[in-house]
Design a protein around this ligand. Structure first.
Ligand SMILES: NC(=O)c1ccc[n+]([C@@H]2O[C@H](COP(=O)([O-])OP(=O)(O)OC[C@H]3O[C@@H](n4cnc5c(N)ncnc54)[C@H](O)[C@@H]3O)[C@@H](O)[C@H]2O)c1
Length: 302
């Protein structure tokens, strides 16, 4: 029986480890030809080695699949272009890109250095732009369009000691929505996964996570979004963890209040709290619960 991704050509950035590796293996098992794109760095982004991507290519080949390694840095324009070109040179097209590559540099916001900011934003946010941009140019012209799958995080809603990471992950959500809007007419979809899975990265987050699963639990949703059966889905954010899939809401105004003419600060002070107020989205309440749990010696749940 033909696989879910039979004959599709898919590039997976960060495909050498963690969730990316699980996605690369699952896509290949479903019949895709896979570019395993990974620069093979430490979790902070240092000590690159091509061995990481090559090892996953060998795993795919040993299972009877087809794959090629690309040890490119996704934070460079040339890296994103080379990943896509590798697929086009080898197999003549690119049907899907899954952007999983990422690093962490955690620090309280008041101590965060420029380098910690730049490295994380470059790897995650620009690292999506480089490879999606290169792929979109090919997908726009080829028959059948294509599918782009981004990796965000629940941290995009706000996270302590991860302002760089959370900002990049929020940017990725906006990027995905913008690509979905702009590429719809060319048959290109863009969606984002907010995963939770046991990897070297999740072992390093500051809070104990309330939900946990395996990298292999995340892969089937990515395969679905890459497949012909998932091509009506676009502009969405899905949490995938263990046996759960959840869809995120779409940003929109919640309440409005009007004045006659222009607002004055005095009138805002008098009327804002009792009309539109604040939309806390649970963030401050959740942080307060974490603080109380920590103070009482309980293990905090994020
Ligand atoms: N694991 C989780 O629970 C979790 C939660 C939320 C979001 N995420 C996101 O999911 C994605 C995968 O996370 P993971 O846990 O598998 O991480 P991981 O550290 O296990 O794997 C990340 C991979 O990306 C590669 N990489 C890093 N920088 C790169 C670069 N510049 N160019 C090319 N490759 C590069 C690394 O070599 C590594 O193989 C990340 O975007 C992460 O932010 C993970």
């Amino acid at each position: 029986m033909a696989g879910f991704l039979q004959d599709k050509v898919v590039a997976v950035t960060g495909g050498g480890g963690g969730i990316g590796r699980a996605v690369a293996l699952a896509a290949a098992a479903e019949g895709a030809r896979v570019v395993v794109a990974d620069i093979g760095v430490s979790m902070a982004g240092s000590d690159p080695t091509s061995e990481v991507a090559e090892a996953v290519v060998r795993e795919i080949e040993a299972a009877g699949g087809e794959a090629v390694a690309a040890a490119d840095d996704v934070s460079q324009m040339s890296g994103g272009e080379h990943i896509v070109q590798t697929a086009v040179d080898r197999w003549g097209r690119i049907d899907g890109v899954v952007a999983v590559a990422g690093i962490l540099r955690e620090r309280m916001f008041f101590n965060m250095s420029e380098d910690e900011w730049d490295a994380v934003v470059a790897t995650h946010l620009k690292g999506h732009f480089t490879v999606f941009r290169a792929a979109a140019a090919v997908m726009r012209k080829q028959e059948g369009g294509g599918a782009l799958v981004a990796f965000t995080s629940g941290a995009f809603a706000g996270s302590v000691a991860q302002a760089n990471y959370a900002a990049a992950k929020g940017g990725i959500v906006s990027l995905v929505r913008s690509i979905a809007a702009g590429m719809h007419r060319y048959g290109v979809t863009a969606n984002a996964i907010a995963p939770i899975a046991r990897t070297r990265m999740s072992a390093n987050v500051p809070q104990e996570l309330a939900e946990m699963g395996e990298a292999e639990d995340v892969a089937p949703m990515v395969v679905y979004l890459l497949s012909d059966q998932g091509r009506h889905v676009t502009g969405q954010v899905y949490t995938v963890v263990g046996s759960k899939i959840a869809v995120w809401d779409q940003p929109q105004e919640v309440r409005a209040v009007y004045t006659s003419g222009r607002w004055t600060p005095e009138e805002i002070a008098a009327r804002l709290d009792s009309t539109v107020g604040q939309e806390r989205m649970g963030l401050i309440d959740r942080l307060e619960a974490l603080r109380l749990a920590a103070a009482s010696g309980d293990k905090p749940n994020a």
